[in-house]
Ligand binder design. Structure first.
Ligand code: NDP
Length: 455
């Protein structure tokens, strides 16, 4: 009996039935980083982000997105009265969502996809059924709303409470994953440093699994990005219920976010070669961010439009949508270019010509020397992260319908600008370390980080 329990436990934690085959706990390695990166930055972010996420919701819903109104009229008593608590309906919604998305991920048909080789020489596996899951989810939501089983009004009224609940659940999950990473890592990619706070923030495991499921794919793609899409749909449905129809402003914002997220699932395999998945370990930064920051901050432009009566001129709405669709296409095309070139070993065309590539050698922790291709033409010849330009243009465009009279709807776009500028810098450092002279040669050919001619 004890043996059976040990096997089930081992499988649930690491995906291996035989406990003796489990990867060993990670050894402690010294962390060479400044005090800001070691503890001040992580601590500051962990203290600031949960209240910020809640404030964003409070100012949007109770102060019409006006930070000035909030600052002028808030008192401690009013603030305390407005802070929602966790609630049973919120827990029910959350559990239902996790179960529903978990079942779709597990049982909808889809090919399996092997991600890029990790620094320890492992290759994580994913299931490609994102488009089917997106379609089933949105159909189920629409039918549920139509039949009155799902109430967009209830979601609106309990959204603050849902955010608080998500906060607590995400924190508990971060603690659990930290412990699991130290004791029962799923792969040999787990990293433990001599700084606990840093490890908790940054994560220990690169690709944790639970009950045989890839936790990163489940949380990142299916709970978080799918959740963002579902929220925008339900906020739109609530506006239609409230005002008897959708405003042009909401139509423009919601259609762009929805198209962007649909594209995300069409391109899901490509996403497994992005920085979040390939390089960032699954700690507070990713896990809490995906559970709480994404619904609280990424959905703000749509949330701020729900109760608004002022609308956009039809021509302006049309131009915003056209600009947004072009941005989505450029961002997709840039991501697809680099993946296609690598997948075909350069035997493809980029902008109608044979791609220019630089072979870049690197060594994984298991001592094996490998090679990747760095694309030097197409979008990747304009700047080293040119694809962030359309990503940012899109964020500003889908916020524009909220107008310029309130600051808060712009929070996501401004935050994304800071995030992507920092990300371009971090990625450059990581690639320079990984590829050495080949990356230097790429930087000489393509000197701009994001915006050609500027930076
Ligand atoms: P990237 O698409 O920028 O991928 C970076 C990696 O690509 C590098 O680490 C390197 O990985 C490889 N690479 C770099 N240069 C080249 C080259 N010239 N040729 C081939 N491969 C190269 O990752 P991101 O995760 O930043 O972006 C993925 C997508 O997600 C983008 O569309 C981005 O706009 C979007 N995004 C959206 C965010 C949001 O919150 N809305 C946040 C962040 C990103 P390797 O080690 O394999 O060489």
């Amino acid at each position: 009996m004890m043996q059976l329990l040990a096997m089930v436990f081992s499988w649930a934690m690491t995906g291996r039935l035989d406990p003796s085959e489990r990867p060993p706990p990670p050894a402690v390695t010294p962390l060479e980083a400044s005090a800001v990166r070691r503890w001040a930055g992580p601590l500051g972010l962990m203290l600031a982000t949960p209240p910020l996420a809640l404030l964003a919701w409070m100012i949007t819903v109770h102060f019409d997105g006006s930070v000035t109104d909030f600052a002028r009229s808030i008192t401690w008593e009013r603030f305390v009265a407005l802070v929602p608590g966790p609630s049973v309906p919120a827990v029910r919604v959350l559990l239902g969502w996790v179960l529903f998305q978990g079942l779709l991920l597990k049982f909808l048909p889809g090919e399996s996809f092997k991600g890029p080789v990790t620094p320890a020489g492992n290759q994580p596996e994913y299931k490609l059924n994102g488009v089917a899951a997106w379609l089933v989810t949105h159909l189920a939501l629409l039918v549920g709303v139509r039949l009155g089983v799902l109430s967009p009004r209830t979601l609106w009224e309990h959204f603050g409470s849902l955010l608080v609940t998500l906060n607590l659940v995400a924190l508990a999950l971060c603690v659990f994953l930290y412990w699991k990473g130290l004791r029962y890592p799923s792969t040999t990619d787990a990293v433990r440093t001599d700084h606990r706070l840093f490890d908790f923030f940054q994560g220990v495991e690169l690709h944790p699994t639970l009950f045989g499921m890839n936790v990163k794919q489940l949380v990142h793609c299916r709970l978080s990005m799918m959740g963002w899409s579902a929220l925008v749909l339900l906020f739109s449905a609530y506006q239609a219920e409230l005002h008897g129809g959708l405003s042009r402003a909401m139509t423009a914002t919601a259609s762009l976010i929805t198209l962007y997220l649909f594209k995300f699932f069409v391109w899901e395999a490509g996403y497994f070669t992005s920085l979040d998945i390939m390089h960032d370990r699954f700690g507070y930064y990713l896990c809490w961010g995906l559970f709480t920051w994404v619904p609280a901050v990424y959905a703000l432009p749509a949330l701020s439009l729900v109760e608004r009566r002022e609308d956009l001129h039809p021509v302006l709405a049309f131009l915003i949508v056209v600009g947004g669709v072009v941005s989505i296409w450029v961002n997709y095309a840039a991501d697809a270019q680099r993946q296609r070139v690598r997948a075909t070993q350069g035997n493809t065309t980029v902008w109608g010509q044979r791609p220019e590539v630089l072979p870049a050698r690197y060594t994984t922790a298991d001592g094996v020397e490998r090679e990747n291709l760095l694309l030097v033409s197409g979008f990747w010849g304009l700047a080293r992260h040119f694809h962030y330009v359309p990503e940012l243009t899109l964020a500003y465009l889908w916020t524009a319908p909220a107008g310029f009279s309130r600051a808060l709807p712009w929070f996501y776009a401004v935050y994304l600008t800071i995030l992507l500028v920092d990300r371009a810098r971090r990625d450059d450092q990581r690639c320079a370390k990984k590829y050495g002279p080949a990356w230097e040669a790429y930087c000489q050919r393509v000197p701009w980080k994001i915006l050609p001619g500027v930076w």
